[in-house]
Design a protein around this ligand. Structure first.
Ligand SMILES: [Zn+2]
Length: 96
């Protein structure tokens, strides 16, 4: 990963593996009054957490990391929604 000159890229921590990456490589999740949602635009208001677009990080997220990061429990609906999204992601761990 080469840093680009002259352009500030915001860095965020994946709550699954705790690696820090530029925002582009991470999926934002946001806690709303209706539950935890995937926020592709990164603009939804609310407490946010980031995960890599790969399944192993999402598994860690679903097994407690998101609960901690967002300070809320995952409802059955949240779990279903996030598990469905996770199924669309790569199983590879090569994303950098
Ligand atoms: Zn990760």
């Amino acid at each position: 990963m080469k840093p680009r000159k002259g352009r500030h890229v915001p860095q965020r921590t994946c709550v699954g593996c705790r690696e820090v990456h530029s925002k582009r490589l991470l999926v934002r999740l946001v806690r709303s009054p209706k539950g935890i949602f995937i926020d592709p635009t990164g603009k939804m208001p609310g407490r946010g957490a980031y995960l890599h677009d790969r399944q192993d990080c999402w598994e860690k997220g679903l097994h407690g990391a998101l609960t901690k990061a967002l300070k809320t429990d995952l409802t059955a609906d949240d779990r279903e929604r996030l598990t469905k999204f996770m199924a669309t992601l790569s199983k590879e761990t090569s994303a950098q």
